[in-house]
Ligand binder design. Structure first.
Ligand code: G3H
Ligand code: 13P
Ligand code: NA
Ligand code: ZN
Length: 307
Protein backbone atom coordinates (compact mmCIF):
# COMPACT_ATOMS: atom_id res chain seq x y z
CA UNK A 1 0.00 0.00 0.00
CA UNK A 2 1.40 3.37 -1.01
CA UNK A 3 1.16 5.96 1.80
CA UNK A 4 2.55 9.46 2.36
CA UNK A 5 5.80 10.03 4.18
CA UNK A 6 3.88 12.43 6.43
CA UNK A 7 2.03 9.52 7.99
CA UNK A 8 5.21 7.44 8.33
CA UNK A 9 7.12 10.31 9.94
CA UNK A 10 4.37 11.08 12.47
CA UNK A 11 4.50 7.50 13.74
CA UNK A 12 8.31 7.40 13.76
CA UNK A 13 9.34 10.80 15.15
CA UNK A 14 11.73 10.58 18.10
CA UNK A 15 11.51 6.78 18.23
CA UNK A 16 12.91 5.25 15.04
CA UNK A 17 13.81 6.16 11.45
CA UNK A 18 12.34 4.86 8.21
CA UNK A 19 14.74 3.31 5.70
CA UNK A 20 14.68 5.10 2.33
CA UNK A 21 16.13 2.78 -0.27
CA UNK A 22 17.11 3.69 -3.84
CA UNK A 23 16.16 1.20 -6.51
CA UNK A 24 16.79 1.03 -10.23
CA UNK A 25 15.59 -2.37 -11.39
CA UNK A 26 13.44 -5.43 -10.97
CA UNK A 27 15.81 -7.43 -8.80
CA UNK A 28 16.25 -4.58 -6.36
CA UNK A 29 12.48 -4.11 -6.20
CA UNK A 30 11.90 -7.79 -5.36
CA UNK A 31 14.64 -7.86 -2.73
CA UNK A 32 13.40 -4.61 -1.25
CA UNK A 33 9.80 -5.74 -0.84
CA UNK A 34 10.86 -9.13 0.54
CA UNK A 35 13.27 -7.62 3.06
CA UNK A 36 10.75 -5.11 4.35
CA UNK A 37 7.84 -7.52 4.52
CA UNK A 38 10.02 -10.10 6.30
CA UNK A 39 11.09 -7.52 8.88
CA UNK A 40 7.58 -6.00 9.12
CA UNK A 41 8.89 -2.51 8.42
CA UNK A 42 7.33 0.47 6.68
CA UNK A 43 9.76 1.85 4.08
CA UNK A 44 10.38 4.47 1.44
CA UNK A 45 11.29 3.68 -2.16
CA UNK A 46 13.54 6.38 -3.55
CA UNK A 47 13.85 7.02 -7.25
CA UNK A 48 16.65 9.24 -8.47
CA UNK A 49 16.81 11.06 -11.79
CA UNK A 50 19.37 8.48 -12.88
CA UNK A 51 17.02 5.66 -11.89
CA UNK A 52 14.21 7.23 -13.93
CA UNK A 53 16.35 7.26 -17.04
CA UNK A 54 18.22 3.95 -16.48
CA UNK A 55 15.44 2.12 -18.32
CA UNK A 56 12.40 4.41 -18.29
CA UNK A 57 10.46 6.03 -15.47
CA UNK A 58 7.35 4.12 -16.55
CA UNK A 59 9.22 0.78 -16.27
CA UNK A 60 10.09 1.50 -12.64
CA UNK A 61 6.52 2.61 -11.92
CA UNK A 62 5.16 -0.61 -13.45
CA UNK A 63 7.59 -2.73 -11.41
CA UNK A 64 6.63 -0.98 -8.19
CA UNK A 65 2.90 -1.25 -8.88
CA UNK A 66 3.33 -4.96 -9.62
CA UNK A 67 5.30 -5.45 -6.40
CA UNK A 68 2.59 -3.59 -4.47
CA UNK A 69 0.05 -6.11 -5.77
CA UNK A 70 2.34 -9.09 -5.05
CA UNK A 71 3.06 -7.93 -1.48
CA UNK A 72 -0.27 -6.63 -0.11
CA UNK A 73 1.24 -6.35 3.40
CA UNK A 74 3.89 -3.84 2.29
CA UNK A 75 3.46 -0.23 3.52
CA UNK A 76 5.64 2.25 1.65
CA UNK A 77 5.97 5.72 0.18
CA UNK A 78 7.30 6.49 -3.30
CA UNK A 79 9.78 9.36 -3.24
CA UNK A 80 11.72 11.33 -5.85
CA UNK A 81 15.33 11.52 -4.65
CA UNK A 82 17.40 14.68 -5.35
CA UNK A 83 14.95 16.27 -7.76
CA UNK A 84 15.58 19.43 -9.71
CA UNK A 85 12.58 21.74 -10.15
CA UNK A 86 11.49 20.31 -13.51
CA UNK A 87 11.72 16.68 -12.37
CA UNK A 88 9.77 17.56 -9.22
CA UNK A 89 6.89 18.94 -11.30
CA UNK A 90 6.91 15.82 -13.47
CA UNK A 91 6.76 13.59 -10.38
CA UNK A 92 4.09 15.75 -8.70
CA UNK A 93 1.89 15.66 -11.80
CA UNK A 94 2.37 11.92 -12.36
CA UNK A 95 0.07 10.99 -9.48
CA UNK A 96 2.51 8.16 -8.58
CA UNK A 97 4.89 9.82 -6.13
CA UNK A 98 3.89 10.37 -2.50
CA UNK A 99 6.71 12.83 -2.03
CA UNK A 100 9.48 14.67 -3.82
CA UNK A 101 12.84 16.01 -2.77
CA UNK A 102 13.70 19.39 -4.22
CA UNK A 103 17.44 19.66 -3.95
CA UNK A 104 18.52 23.24 -4.50
CA UNK A 105 21.10 22.99 -1.72
CA UNK A 106 23.91 23.94 -4.11
CA UNK A 107 22.23 27.33 -4.72
CA UNK A 108 22.66 30.33 -2.43
CA UNK A 109 20.23 30.50 0.51
CA UNK A 110 17.72 32.91 -1.06
CA UNK A 111 17.59 30.96 -4.35
CA UNK A 112 17.18 27.69 -2.46
CA UNK A 113 14.28 29.26 -0.52
CA UNK A 114 12.62 30.57 -3.70
CA UNK A 115 12.89 27.31 -5.67
CA UNK A 116 11.79 25.19 -2.71
CA UNK A 117 8.83 27.50 -2.05
CA UNK A 118 7.62 27.13 -5.66
CA UNK A 119 7.86 23.33 -5.50
CA UNK A 120 6.06 23.24 -2.12
CA UNK A 121 3.15 25.21 -3.57
CA UNK A 122 2.83 22.93 -6.60
CA UNK A 123 3.23 19.78 -4.50
CA UNK A 124 0.81 20.70 -1.71
CA UNK A 125 -1.85 21.60 -4.28
CA UNK A 126 -1.75 17.91 -5.27
CA UNK A 127 -1.31 16.40 -1.80
CA UNK A 128 2.36 15.59 -2.40
CA UNK A 129 4.86 15.98 0.43
CA UNK A 130 8.17 17.86 0.03
CA UNK A 131 11.66 17.20 1.37
CA UNK A 132 14.16 20.01 0.88
CA UNK A 133 17.85 20.32 1.70
CA UNK A 134 19.96 22.93 3.41
CA UNK A 135 23.70 22.54 3.66
CA UNK A 136 25.90 20.42 1.44
CA UNK A 137 27.12 16.88 1.78
CA UNK A 138 30.56 15.84 0.65
CA UNK A 139 30.96 13.58 -2.38
CA UNK A 140 29.09 13.81 -5.65
CA UNK A 141 25.40 14.47 -5.95
CA UNK A 142 23.54 15.00 -9.20
CA UNK A 143 26.39 16.53 -11.18
CA UNK A 144 27.57 18.71 -8.32
CA UNK A 145 30.92 17.67 -6.90
CA UNK A 146 31.60 18.79 -3.34
CA UNK A 147 34.89 17.84 -1.77
CA UNK A 148 34.74 17.03 1.92
CA UNK A 149 36.57 20.15 2.95
CA UNK A 150 34.04 22.14 0.92
CA UNK A 151 31.04 20.36 2.41
CA UNK A 152 28.95 22.81 4.39
CA UNK A 153 27.19 21.59 7.47
CA UNK A 154 23.63 22.82 8.00
CA UNK A 155 23.43 26.03 10.03
CA UNK A 156 20.77 25.39 12.74
CA UNK A 157 19.47 28.99 12.78
CA UNK A 158 19.23 29.05 8.99
CA UNK A 159 17.42 25.69 9.08
CA UNK A 160 14.61 27.16 11.17
CA UNK A 161 14.29 30.18 8.88
CA UNK A 162 14.40 27.93 5.80
CA UNK A 163 11.59 25.68 7.03
CA UNK A 164 9.42 28.62 8.07
CA UNK A 165 9.85 30.44 4.77
CA UNK A 166 9.49 27.44 2.44
CA UNK A 167 6.77 25.41 4.15
CA UNK A 168 8.65 22.19 3.32
CA UNK A 169 7.54 19.05 5.17
CA UNK A 170 10.95 17.60 6.03
CA UNK A 171 14.53 18.77 5.82
CA UNK A 172 17.68 16.98 4.68
CA UNK A 173 20.57 18.17 6.82
CA UNK A 174 24.30 18.00 6.26
CA UNK A 175 25.91 16.70 9.46
CA UNK A 176 29.13 15.20 8.12
CA UNK A 177 28.04 12.44 5.77
CA UNK A 178 28.68 12.20 2.04
CA UNK A 179 27.23 10.09 -0.75
CA UNK A 180 28.97 6.99 -2.06
CA UNK A 181 31.47 4.45 -0.71
CA UNK A 182 34.15 6.84 0.58
CA UNK A 183 33.01 8.83 3.60
CA UNK A 184 34.88 10.51 6.43
CA UNK A 185 38.45 10.87 5.25
CA UNK A 186 40.18 11.43 8.57
CA UNK A 187 38.57 10.68 11.93
CA UNK A 188 35.25 12.43 11.34
CA UNK A 189 31.94 10.98 12.38
CA UNK A 190 28.31 12.09 12.43
CA UNK A 191 27.96 15.57 13.95
CA UNK A 192 25.20 14.68 16.39
CA UNK A 193 25.92 17.94 18.21
CA UNK A 194 24.84 19.90 15.12
CA UNK A 195 21.79 17.65 14.77
CA UNK A 196 20.82 18.39 18.38
CA UNK A 197 21.03 22.13 17.72
CA UNK A 198 18.80 21.76 14.66
CA UNK A 199 16.24 19.74 16.62
CA UNK A 200 16.21 22.41 19.38
CA UNK A 201 15.13 24.99 16.81
CA UNK A 202 12.73 22.69 14.96
CA UNK A 203 11.17 20.46 17.65
CA UNK A 204 8.95 17.77 16.17
CA UNK A 205 10.01 18.54 12.61
CA UNK A 206 11.16 15.51 10.54
CA UNK A 207 14.83 15.55 9.51
CA UNK A 208 16.48 13.43 6.84
CA UNK A 209 19.93 11.87 6.75
CA UNK A 210 21.48 11.43 3.32
CA UNK A 211 24.66 9.51 2.62
CA UNK A 212 23.89 7.04 5.40
CA UNK A 213 25.29 3.80 3.97
CA UNK A 214 27.54 1.99 6.42
CA UNK A 215 29.87 0.42 3.82
CA UNK A 216 30.34 -2.79 5.85
CA UNK A 217 34.04 -3.67 5.94
CA UNK A 218 33.25 -7.36 5.49
CA UNK A 219 31.49 -6.49 2.24
CA UNK A 220 34.42 -4.37 1.06
CA UNK A 221 36.88 -7.19 1.88
CA UNK A 222 34.79 -9.78 0.02
CA UNK A 223 34.53 -7.51 -3.03
CA UNK A 224 38.26 -6.88 -3.03
CA UNK A 225 39.02 -10.60 -2.56
CA UNK A 226 36.87 -11.36 -5.61
CA UNK A 227 38.70 -8.93 -7.88
CA UNK A 228 37.37 -5.55 -6.79
CA UNK A 229 39.40 -2.54 -5.78
CA UNK A 230 37.55 -0.47 -3.16
CA UNK A 231 40.49 0.62 -1.10
CA UNK A 232 39.67 2.89 1.85
CA UNK A 233 35.90 2.62 1.45
CA UNK A 234 34.06 3.45 4.68
CA UNK A 235 30.70 4.66 5.93
CA UNK A 236 28.39 5.62 8.78
CA UNK A 237 28.23 3.64 12.03
CA UNK A 238 24.82 1.93 11.99
CA UNK A 239 24.71 1.99 15.76
CA UNK A 240 24.23 5.78 15.64
CA UNK A 241 20.87 5.56 13.82
CA UNK A 242 18.81 5.21 16.98
CA UNK A 243 20.45 8.27 18.55
CA UNK A 244 19.89 10.20 15.32
CA UNK A 245 16.22 9.15 15.41
CA UNK A 246 15.87 10.51 18.95
CA UNK A 247 17.30 13.77 17.62
CA UNK A 248 14.60 14.07 14.94
CA UNK A 249 15.88 12.02 12.00
CA UNK A 250 12.88 10.16 10.58
CA UNK A 251 14.32 9.12 7.19
CA UNK A 252 17.70 7.53 6.51
CA UNK A 253 18.85 7.22 2.89
CA UNK A 254 20.64 4.06 1.79
CA UNK A 255 21.79 3.42 -1.75
CA UNK A 256 25.47 2.47 -1.81
CA UNK A 257 25.12 -0.46 0.64
CA UNK A 258 22.71 -2.06 -1.84
CA UNK A 259 25.16 -1.49 -4.69
CA UNK A 260 27.86 -3.22 -2.64
CA UNK A 261 25.62 -6.27 -2.23
CA UNK A 262 25.17 -6.38 -6.01
CA UNK A 263 28.89 -6.08 -6.69
CA UNK A 264 29.86 -8.71 -4.08
CA UNK A 265 27.27 -11.26 -5.24
CA UNK A 266 28.14 -10.86 -8.90
CA UNK A 267 31.93 -10.80 -8.45
CA UNK A 268 31.94 -13.86 -6.19
CA UNK A 269 29.53 -15.88 -8.30
CA UNK A 270 31.27 -15.22 -11.58
CA UNK A 271 34.68 -15.90 -10.04
CA UNK A 272 33.48 -19.23 -8.64
CA UNK A 273 31.57 -20.18 -11.81
CA UNK A 274 33.70 -19.10 -14.77
CA UNK A 275 31.58 -21.30 -17.05
CA UNK A 276 28.32 -19.49 -16.24
CA UNK A 277 26.02 -18.18 -18.97
CA UNK A 278 22.59 -18.12 -17.31
CA UNK A 279 22.29 -14.94 -15.25
CA UNK A 280 19.22 -16.02 -13.28
CA UNK A 281 21.01 -17.99 -10.56
CA UNK A 282 23.06 -14.88 -9.74
CA UNK A 283 19.96 -12.71 -9.79
CA UNK A 284 18.25 -15.03 -7.32
CA UNK A 285 21.21 -14.84 -4.93
CA UNK A 286 21.25 -11.07 -5.29
CA UNK A 287 17.55 -10.73 -4.46
CA UNK A 288 17.96 -12.89 -1.33
CA UNK A 289 21.12 -11.08 -0.19
CA UNK A 290 19.61 -7.66 -0.86
CA UNK A 291 16.52 -8.62 1.18
CA UNK A 292 18.82 -9.71 4.03
CA UNK A 293 20.68 -6.38 3.97
CA UNK A 294 17.37 -4.47 4.09
CA UNK A 295 16.04 -6.51 7.02
CA UNK A 296 19.31 -5.96 8.91
CA UNK A 297 19.17 -2.22 8.20
CA UNK A 298 15.59 -2.01 9.48
CA UNK A 299 16.71 -3.59 12.76
CA UNK A 300 19.39 -0.90 13.14
CA UNK A 301 16.92 1.88 12.24
CA UNK A 302 14.34 0.56 14.69
CA UNK A 303 11.72 0.37 11.91
CA UNK A 304 11.52 -3.44 12.00
CA UNK A 305 8.29 -4.74 13.52
CA UNK A 306 6.48 -1.39 13.19
CA UNK A 307 3.85 -2.41 10.65
O1 G3H B 1 22.23 10.49 -3.79
C1 G3H B 1 22.29 9.83 -4.79
C2 G3H B 1 21.70 8.47 -4.77
O2 G3H B 1 22.62 7.55 -4.23
C3 G3H B 1 21.25 8.10 -6.15
O3 G3H B 1 22.32 7.89 -6.99
O4 G3H B 1 21.89 9.49 -8.83
O5 G3H B 1 23.49 7.57 -9.12
O6 G3H B 1 21.01 7.15 -8.98
P1 G3H B 1 22.16 8.04 -8.58
P1 13P C 1 24.61 6.53 0.27
O1 13P C 1 25.47 6.80 -0.92
O2 13P C 1 25.37 6.67 1.55
O3 13P C 1 23.91 5.22 0.18
O4 13P C 1 23.48 7.68 0.31
C1 13P C 1 22.31 7.57 -0.45
C2 13P C 1 21.53 8.84 -0.51
O5 13P C 1 21.71 9.79 0.24
C3 13P C 1 20.47 8.90 -1.53
O6 13P C 1 19.84 10.15 -1.57
NA1 NA D 1 22.17 18.44 -2.19
ZN1 ZN E 1 21.14 11.77 -1.08
Amino acid sequence: MIVTTKKLFEAAYGKYAIGAYNINNLEQAMGLFRGNVESQAPFIIQISKGARSYTHKSMLEAIIRAADALFPEAVFAVHLDHGDEETCYDAINSGFYSSVMIDASHEDFETNVAITRRVVEAAHAKGVVVEAELGQLGGVEEHVAVDEAGAKLTDPDKAKEFVERTGCDSLAVAIGTSHGAYKFSGAQTLRLDVLAEIQKRLPGFPLVLHGASSIPQEEVERINAAGGNLKGAKGVDENLFKRAAELGVTKVNIDTDGRLVWVRVHREYLKEHPEVVDFRPIGKIFMAEYAKMIAHKNEKLGSAGRL
